[in-house]
Design a protein around this ligand. Structure first.
Ligand code: ADP
Ligand code: MG
Length: 568
């Protein structure tokens, strides 16, 4: 197919383009960050594929990004000599949105511009952000390793469709040509472009080149020289020393690796030496992604080996319950041709995963235990966004169970608030004289938990009960049976031994009552023989006449309901 063809965008692309142009306009300079980020990804992909096929470098082995502008034509061009795209790739990568969670994203749009702008930011707009300042984008690209005659020109005005045709393209990689909208001429300036690059893209490890400028006495203006200069620092950010990296640079690097538009909540950057040598730069996002619960979703860690990009989503480098962590791990030990299969087996990888988990837990502890209110607030945000995922660690990571247990936060009868902000240590500190257990109730909703009849006796005695209503709680509790020597006990199970919380007079009274109602209880047992395993006089209720309890060794009512719902 050599002749030019016109195709329609996927419906979601059209929707996104409309929305983005309007709502991100106030922040329009980010287009350059997005396009540079893509160029850098393209170089990473080429370097990786070339490990097993050096021919892909053709005669052009120095990977770089070039940015130029043409005042007369009113265009800005971002060029890379990375992996490039063939025809099919251009059609699918630039004409559709393959991101998981896309449907859910569109269903959340409200029509309110400000709210939607925040959402789009979270979703990430990438390539299409070029249309904020361009009314036409031309992409000329050739995939590494394909003949010059198989170049591709993709062009669109960002409305409903795009055209695609075959062209001759001797140089490998991609040129993105932005034809500026009326009124966007401020970007046709070397000074302006360079300052945007330094602000957003300084961390990019490839050189970003632009023409040097000099003053022309005759023309009385600056003119571009043929000579190029490198605008950014052009060294991998994570390999620089901490003291040389500003918070802004850390933040921009996060946006690059995570494809998130917002700032991260916290990060940790370390060089680990010893048996296994690696550098880790790990971020905790401030917001959960749309697909946090997608079980097929891979992690957010990019693996590099000695600065060479190896793979995205290296899920072996982080335990599943920390799948929300984003960042880079650069190993000095792994072979360059490492595959996912090798990663699974490798002892080095296990050491990295253990080390990474410890770092992330340490970072969370720092936030949670800080005296500084701003840090504490960050932990509260973290818990709201990712607490349910962290709970999975109680079952998944036996070695760090204690540390994770300390990071848990619950709703409780202490304040009867739905906000999960009570730590187990807080609970221990408020235990009553004679109390030897940590009591909890599980239910499907907060209202159901809070109003459970099982709580009556505890409320009367002023004993705090944790209110557990997350789906993962029952499962987690099967691994969390005690905390600092105190058993965790359900208020809805078994014969409820309140131990020393009851005084002698109460115990005597209970025995008398039991004797008094012995006959009645026997009658009820016979009547309910095929419905109830046992019938007992209870002292746990103060207002309700009766309640159902699970046997000590049985699944709780809530878990039975959950299993039924799951078709078990
Ligand atoms: P993302 O970068 O999050 O994948 P983008 O919208 O920025 O999303 O880019 C969409 C896709 O288009 C990329 O994943 C990539 O496959 C392709 N692409 C964009 N720019 C380039 C480029 N300069 N070289 C090669 N492929 C590119
Ligand atoms: Mg991108």
């Amino acid at each position: 197919a050599t002749e030019k063809q016109t195709m329609g965008f996927q419906a979601e692309v059209k929707q996104l383009l409309q929305l983005m142009i309007h709502s991100l306009y106030s922040n329009k300079e980010i287009f350059l960050r997005e396009l540079v980020s893509n160029a850098s990804d393209a170089a990473d992909k080429l370097r990786f594929e070339a490990i097993n096929n050096a021919g892909l470098y053709e005669d052009d082995p120095e990977l770089k990004i070039r940015i130029s502008f043409d005042k007369a034509a009113r265009t800005i061009t971002i060029s890379d000599n990375g992996i490039g795209m063939n025809r099919d790739e251009a059609i699918s990568h630039l004409g559709t949105i393959a991101k998981s969670g896309t449907k859910e994203f569109f269903s959340r749009l409200s029509g309110d511009q400000q709210k939607d702008a925040a959402l789009i930011g979270q979703f990430g707009v990438g390539f299409y952000s070029g249309f904020i300042i361009a009314d036409r984008i031309t992409v000329e690209t050739r995939r590494a390793g394909t003949p010059a005659a198989e170049g591709v020109r993709w062009e669109s005005e960002g409305a409903g469709d795009f055209s695609i045709e075959q062209i001759d393209k001797p140089s490998r990689g991609t040129d993105i040509i932005l034809h500026l909208r009326e009124g966007e001429d401020e970007f046709l300036s070397a000074w302006q472009l360079k300052s945007i690059i330094r602000k957003y893209s300084d961390h990019i490890s490839l050189p970003i080149l632009m023409h040097k400028e000099e003053w022309d006495e005759e023309k009385k203006e600056t003119v571009q020289k043929d000579e190029l200069e490198t605008v950014n620092q052009a060294s991998a950010l994570w390999s620089r020393s901490k003291s040389e990296i500003t918070p802004e640079q850390y933040e921009e690097f996060y946006k690059h690796v995570s494809h998130d538009f917002g700032a991260p909540l916290a990060y940790t950057h370390n060089r680990v030496e010893g048996r296994s040598e690696y550098t880790q730069l790990l971020y905790i996002p401030a917001r959960a992604p749309f697909d946090l619960w997608d079980r097929n979703k891979r992690g957010g860690i990019k693996l590099y080996v000695k600065r060479v990009f190896i793979m995205d989503d290296a899920e072996q480098l982080m335990p599943v319950y920390l799948r929300f962590v984003k960042g880079v791990i650069d190993s000095a030990d792994l072979p360059l041709n490492v595959s996912r299969e090798i990663l699974q087996e490798s002892r080095d990888v296990r050491a990295i995963r253990d080390g990474s988990a410890k770092r992330v837990l340490g970072l969370l502890e720092e936030l949670a235990n800080s005296e500084d209110q701003a840090q504490k607030d960050k932990y509260a945000t973290f818990w709201t966004e990712f607490g349910q995922v962290l709970k999975e660690g109680i079952g998944e990571d036996a070695a760090n169970k204690e540390r994770i247990a300390k990071l848990l936060r619950f709703a409780s009868t202490h304040n009867d608030s739905e906000v999960q902000n009570v730590a187990l240590a807080d609970y221990l500190g408020r235990m009553k004289e004679g109390q030897d257990k940590i009591y909890y109730v599980t239910a499907e909703t907060f209202q159901a938990a809070k109003n459970s009849p099982h709580l009556e006796i505890f409320r009367k005695k002023g004993v705090e009960v944790l209110l557990l209503t997350d789906r993962v709680d029952e499962w987690m509790l099967s691994f969390l049976t005690e905390f600092e020597g105190k058993e965790l006990a359900s208020v809805a199970k078994g014969g409820l031994d309140l131990g020393q919380l009851e005084n002698e007079a109460e115990k005597k009274q209970h025995e008398d009552t039991q004797a008094e109602y012995k006959d009645l209880v026997e009658k009820m047992k016979t009547a309910l023989a095929d419905k109830a395993k046992d019938v007992r006089v209870t002292f746990r209720l103060t207002d309700s006449p009766a309640c159902l309890v699970a046997d000590e060794n049985e699944l709780s009512g809530n878990l039975v309901r959950m299993l039924k719902a799951a078709g078990q």
